[in-house]
Write a protein that binds this ligand. Sequence first.
Ligand SMILES: NC(=O)c1ccc[n+]([C@@H]2O[C@H](COP(=O)([O-])OP(=O)(O)OC[C@H]3O[C@@H](n4cnc5c(N)ncnc54)[C@H](O)[C@@H]3O)[C@@H](O)[C@H]2O)c1
Length: 464
Amino acid sequence: MNRYLPSRREFIKTTGRVAAATALAGMSVPRVYAAGSDTLQLALIGCGGRGTGAVVDAMSVKSGGVKLVAMADVFAARLEQSHGALSDGHGDKMDVPPDRRLIGFDGYQRAMDCLKPGDIAILATPLAFRPVHFSYAIQKCLHLFMEKPLSADGPSSRRMLQLAQDASVKNLKVAVGLMSRHNRAIQELGQRLQDGAIGDIIFMRGYRMSGPGGSCFSEKWPGGAPSELLWQIARFHSFIWASGGLYNDFYIHLIDNLCMMKNAWPVKAQALGGRHYRKSPEGNLYVDQNFDSYSVEYTFADGAKMLLDGRCVAGCNEIYSSYAHGSKGMAVVSAHGDCGMPSSIHSAQNPQPSNAIWISNVKPDETNPYLNEWNDLVDAIRRDHPYNEATRGVQASVVSSMGRMAAHTGQEVTYDQMLNHADAYAPDADKFTMDSAPPLRSAPDGSYPIPMPGIITQHEYAMT
Ligand SMILES: NC(=O)c1ccc[n+]([C@@H]2O[C@H](COP(=O)([O-])OP(=O)(O)OC[C@H]3O[C@@H](n4cnc5c(N)ncnc54)[C@H](O)[C@@H]3O)[C@@H](O)[C@H]2O)c1
């Protein structure tokens, strides 16, 4: 079995789990949609678990009329695996002959070139490539669905904010895979909290504490093929340049749904974090850049606090949920997982059925937020409603990076410091070829620079 590919069972499990701006005021912009046809064509860039799941969701929208016509990936085997999985059940909604299955770092361009203005590009690679792919999609006048997180450093966050504006100027619709925003229970809860259901929100807390996930811990690159660059991409949760590390990738949903409750972004963060175990159970050195434990205290402009506890250590207490506390009661935001229902409001600070004053009750056909986000996007495209989630997606990404940076440096980090930080982690992502060196080079023992709080304080790790 190829060790860089999930088994068929794992792949289907992941895919199944996840399947499921406005135009400038007063400015006349053309209506951009699939001209001359009601069919919206899709190009999938990044044919992994989430990208494949997103295509299934797109094909399942209520209005129908969505068809996959091109796919791109840097690993041929991953593309073929995705193509095979989609063909098994959705073959009638796809037409991706071999010449539209595009391999390589320029595959995104060739895939988007297969679309017409007003079609949809799905960006589901690790985040390092978002600005490159977003920029080309805007150039081609394509609507977008792009997965979270959107950025890991200051320069790419600023670039993405600019691109978000550029997309709005062209009246493009942009969806971001922060699906809590399309969870009908969390949407209603947010409205109720804005209306004062628990008084002033003074404290919020989110927990994702479980065993290691995805590729967050890595033993050293074994050499040979795939190249070190492709190996880092395949193990993107291990590298801050590729994913923002496990902190951004795993915790952004809880951060986002809590900030949605507060209807604000925090202005600063201080944090604890560390790595208890730097060796695999077999005794091999882990070389990734992550901590295994994070506890980040965010502060909002009004002084309210938000705590995000994340732990990737097996055998410890497991909690995966989020809560908001106010002066008159509290709310369960995500009952389980990133945004699991039901959400509820309680008259006291400890959630009990006996003190529940509201429990969400979502229509059966709107219980899947992954599907809702696609119905909402396609509806906005077909009705030409303003729809651009990119700015908000960048803001959630900056808040995630601010917490990660605070833990990794041992310093207080403000939102503005994070957004304006000069360090770029993958500045040449637009120039990668299959032979490129990775942005992070290994030492002779296979190790990479890691965060050292209190010692390296102005950067996240030794930038050479
Ligand atoms: N919203 C959610 O709940 C959710 C769930 C899972 C993943 N995600 C996000 O989706 C993204 C992908 O995650 P995944 O779990 O599907 O990972 P994955 O490794 O399964 O898939 C990523 C795919 O992108 C390909 N790829 C990497 N760089 C590429 C490039 N430059 N051009 C073309 N293809 C490239 C990889 O080869 C791989 O096939 C991540 O940003 C992740 O955070 C979101």
